[in-house]
Design a protein around this ligand. Structure first.
Ligand code: C2E
Ligand code: MG
Ligand code: MG
Length: 645
């Protein structure tokens, strides 16, 4: 039966198009894309050689060398596609480091390939694979070729099953579809050598893969040509799951927003492109081999392999030098503040969530020193451990009821005595010591645990107010902090009022603190909560006044009785200009009939100065730190006795 080459030609055309489009679409950003391109090129060559052998046969060409080369080319390239495919799968799962730790699997993968390649290399005189002397003849080892191919296919299938979670379903389907198509085609070809459907089926399989696998638009940022946030998240999640150790150079441009506001979006994009070019150039220069990402808002990431710690350090240092050089844009001289951090994962940052949240705002939470910092140094071991496990710590504390509420006295300058107190959350962990409430609240807001914690604190306070010991203290009210997340939740007012009912608390015994940052939001739920609570008779304080950009219009709209000046005012009171601000702020608030609390007063001097400004209340270490309820009761009882006696 004569062989028809029309299917082969179709396959060749198809593969050629695939190769060209991938090159044009620049799908060569990472190792798996490059290996995939290699597979396509090999398959194209293989198809071309296949066509050549048939044409030679048709032309009844007698030249042994030509026949030999065509067959050799075909068999070799054809054989290589499956091992390459296996490489591709390993690369997609990013499990090279696991392979390196498994010698048995290494031998199993390399040995068959080595044997077959040796047979190919010596075939001209051993004729182990084929011979052409008396027309094309299969050699004794051709069966071994098929057997090893099947072995590789089995390893591929094993890999896909073992690491199915790392693929995602769409990728798994795209990659997996190739296996049954190719195996079926290969079997047909083996038993019916004239069928010639194998190349075509193979090219169809590769077409399915190209269409199904990651599209560059999804993974590559079009401005910087670096991989995107989604690719970073995907790759890092996989690295932690695989226990792959990496060094990450994190670059957050601290003044990104300011510069963008100054020069506009287009010019900022030019600067980002320039930063990306610098990163690429330096990475090439040091042969870093890092995967490069642009996340968003001036945040770049460079991920190095475990053994490349030195290169990571070099790149970070070089970037720190080069990016500080001023750039001129639109006639303005722009200086970037590149905040660079080197993080070892998972040693310094233990899981994916911690990595992402650390990367989000390390440039805001830490002072900029101008040096490349290590993630380990920024947080001491204990802090980092807390940071990494904060969700678990909170859940356990809620379960074991180990949260506590401390009270900090608030002094009334008019009455000359302690008239109220602020309830503050405390968590003592036997291994880790006290855990900062700011960290707790921040994490709890993200995880949603804040609502349960908030209710816990509120209930504790109500129980205290309802108790006999409270009555004797003669306090007017207790201040309870509300977090923004709580105020935004529609059922907050109901929940709090229900708890107050349960303990028969009168509303004037409670003052709720909302932070200045809450004023930035204008949400229906927030307005309704505040109105319902105010209607029930509760009063409100505005906490941390002066720390952010107070929207005065919102401050006026809210039902506030008290304004709490942030501790930073006290800290900077000796600056003459600041003192003018303080004086006038207090005057303005008093003119608005607000009561003013000063937070963070630690000295007699500060007490006198702020009392002199007619501030109504003073809170701070000068009177007492926040203390447990029992100590607080004793403290107030003693203070009252002194005042009487
Ligand atoms: P805040 O509401 O502004 O509380 C005042 C903070 O200043 C407290 O820190 C207090 O210990 C500290 N402080 C008071 N006087 C002085 C002083 O003289 N010198 C210094 N250096 N510090 C002083 P703490 O207890 O660490 O709480 C930090 C923040 O965590 C609070 O700031 C509040 O925003 C939040 N927080 C605490 N407990 C709760 C809670 O139950 N619910 C919510 N939503 N937030 C809470
Ligand atoms: Mg407060
Ligand atoms: Mg405060």
């Amino acid at each position: 039966m004569g062989k028809s080459i029309s299917l082969d030609i179709a396959a060749l055309a198809l593969l050629f198009i695939l190769v060209v489009t991938r090159v044009l679409r620049k799908m060569m950003h990472d190792r798996s894309n490059r290996i995939f391109l290699l597979i396509l090129v090999t398959a194209t060559a293989s198809t071309a050689f296949d066509i050549a052998t048939i044409l030679i046969e048709r032309a009844q060409c007698e030249q042994a060398a030509v026949i030999y080369i065509a067959n050799m080319g075909y068999l070799l390239t054809h054989y290589l596609t499956v091992p390459l495919y296996l490489l591709f799968i390993i690369s997609m799962t990013d499990t090279w480091h696991k392979l390196r730790r498994n010698p048995v699997l290494q031998v199993l993968m390399i040995l068959p390939l080595a044997v077959v390649l040796l047979a190919f290399a010596t075939n001209s005189f051993t004729h182990l694979i084929f011979s052409v002397e008396n027309g094309y003849q299969r050699g004794p080892l051709i069966g071994v070729m098929y057997v090893t191919t099947i072995l590789y296919v089995l390893i591929v299938i094993g890999y896909m099953i073992r690491y199915r979670k790392l693929f995602g379903w769409a990728n798994l389907a795209a990659v997996g579809a190739v296996v049954p198509i190719d195996v079926a085609a290969m079997l047909v070809q083996f038993f019916v050598p004239t069928a010639l459907i194998e190349m075509f089926c193979g090219s169809l399989g590769l077409l399915i893969m190209t269409m199904g696998l990651q599209r560059p638009e999804e993974y590559v940022d079009t401005f910087t040509n670096l991989m995107k946030h989604s690719a970073y998240a995907h790759d890092m999640k996989r690295a932690f799951e695989n226990d792959k150790h990496v060094h990450i150079v994190m670059l957050n441009i601290t003044n990104f927003r300011t510069i963008q506001t100054m020069i506009g979006f287009d010019s900022m994009t030019e600067i980002l492109k320039m930063v990306a070019d610098t990163i690429r150039r330096l990475n090439r220069k040091i042969h870093g081999g890092a995967d490069l990402y642009y996340l968003d808002n001036g945040r770049f990431r460079m991920v190095f392999r475990e053994k490349d710690q030195d290169k990571a350090q070099m790149l970070a240092d070089a970037l720190n030098r080069e990016l500080k050089i001023p750039i001129s844009s639109n006639g303005l001289n722009i200086s970037l503040t590149p905040f660079l951090i080197l993080a070892r994962c998972p040693e310094e940052i233990k899981d994916f969530k911690a990595l992402m949240s650390f990367g989000l705002d390390f440039h805001i939470k830490n002072d900029y020193t101008g040096q490349v910092m290590s993630a380990g140094k920024l947080y001491d071991e204990n802090q980092l451990d807390i940071q990494n496990n904060i969700d678990l710590i909170i859940e356990q504390a809620l379960e074991n009821e180990s949260f506590q509420v401390y009270y900090q006295p608030i002094y009334s300058t008019k009455q000359g005595r302690i008239t109220s107190a602020e309830a503050l959350l405390r968590l003592f962990d036997p291994q880790r010591g006290f855990i900062s409430p700011e960290l707790l609240i921040h994490a709890a807001e993200k995880s949603g645990a804040i609502h349960r914690i908030g209710e816990f604190v509120f209930e504790k306070v109500c129980r205290f107010i309802a108790s006999e010991s409270f009555e004797k203290l003669g306090l007017d009210y207790i201040e309870v902090n509300l977090s923004v997340a709580q105020i935004m939740k529609a059922d907050l007012a109901d929940k709090l009022l229900t708890i107050m009912d349960k303990y028969h608390i009168s509303a004037d015994k409670i003052n709720l603190e909302i932070t200045e940052s809450a004023t930035a939001y204008e949400q229906k739920a927030m307005t309704e909560n505040l109105e319902a609570l105010a209607r029930a008779g509760l009063s409100f304080s505005l906490d941390d006044y002066g720390t952010g950009y107070s929207n005065i219009k919102r401050v006026i709209e809210l039902p506030l009785k008290i304004i709490k000046l942030d501790k930073s005012f006290v800290d900077e009171k000796n600056n003459p200009k600041m003192w003018i601000v303080i004086k006038n702020t207090v005057k303005m608030l008093k003119d608005m009939d607000m009561e003013v609390v000063v937070e963070g007063v630690e000295t007699q001097e500060a007490l006198d100065e702020f009392a002199g400004l007619q501030c109504d209340f003073i809170q701070g270490y000068f009177f007492s730190k926040p203390i447990p309820k029992k100590d607080f009761v004793t403290f107030i009882a003693n203070a009252n006795r002194e005042a009487m006696g």
